[in-house]
Design a protein around this ligand. Structure first.
Ligand code: ATP
Length: 234
């Protein structure tokens, strides 16, 4: 297992958001978390990334225990979190946003990283000098993903990358996700578009009220009647 989370628990004050979640991601996989709003999916990603404090459980990455790691330590090991809502720096240029993403890198790797993401996202190359806040929603999402890739992560944690996008941009984002995996990055994906997410992924976990209630091969869950009713619109 590349990533293994065991019995994760996360509280916000008296609210228990994650109640003992265990999951695993193998190298090369795309793994999806689906579930209703507020089920705890974002919290799980943040807990794994070291961006949210764990009330219990453990996380290991490539065999190392990273449970107590701060977010920047986990990032330095090769785990990038692309949070929901893009959170790009609107007043900075596209290029500057990417440079921030690559700030852990030496100048040569930074240059390689830029070439890699510009190849993957030609629109960002065209708009390198443009203020990021003036990009369209879809382009901002591409920038957020590209910034996450600048660190050349082994594992990319993607939180709701298609949220708020038009169907066409949604398709484009999913195409990029498939391409990122093809280039060798493992992906743990949180998505509200369960249909697309299950089609693109190898394995899926269903999260309900802070717990995993079902998991399996995505192709099999796509055919599951309960999953169809609850998450696939029929
Ligand atoms: P969404 O798709 O709406 O982001 P989610 O499945 O990602 O949902 P989380 O964002 O992890 O769910 O939230 C899980 C629960 O924890 C929810 O009840 C939410 O209101 C609560 N929660 C999340 N973040 C905080 C916070 N910073 N402070 C207090 N409660 C929080």
């Amino acid at each position: 297992m590349m990533l293994e989370a065991v019995d994760l628990k996360i509280n916000y004050g008296r609210i228990t958001a994650v109640r003992g979640v265990s999951l695993g991601v193998e190298k090369g996989e795309i793994v999806t978390l689906v579930g209703a709003n507020g089920a705890g999916k974002s919290s799980i990603l943040h807990g794994i990334a070291g961006a949210e404090k764990l009330a219990g459980g453990s996380v290991s990455f490539e065999g190392k225990d990273i449970t107590a790691n701060r977010a920047h330590h986990t990032a330095a090991l090769g785990v990038s979190l692309v949070p929901e809502g893009r959170r790009i720096f609107g007043r900075m240029s596209v290029l500057e946003n990417l440079e921030v993403g690559g700030c852990l890198k030496d100048p040569v790797s930074l240059k390689n990283g830029l070439a890699m993401v510009m190849g993957l996202f030609p629109v960002l190359k065209e708009r390198a000098r443009q203020e990021a806040g003036t990009l369209s929603g879809g382009e901002q999402q591409m920038l957020a993903i590209a910034r996450g890739l600048m660190n050349e992560p082994k594992l990319l944690l993607l939180d709701e990358p298609s949220l708020g996008l038009s169907p066409l941009m949604e398709q484009a984002v999913f195409k990029v996700i498939a391409e990122i995996r093809r280039l060798g990055t493992t992906i743990l994906l949180v998505e509200q578009n369960a249909n697309l997410a299950l089609k693109i992924s190898d394995k899926t976990y269903v999260v309900e009220s802070g717990k995993i209630t079902l998991s399996g091969k995505s192709g099999e869950l796509l055919k599951d009647d309960n999953i169809k009713k609850a998450y696939l619109g029929g």
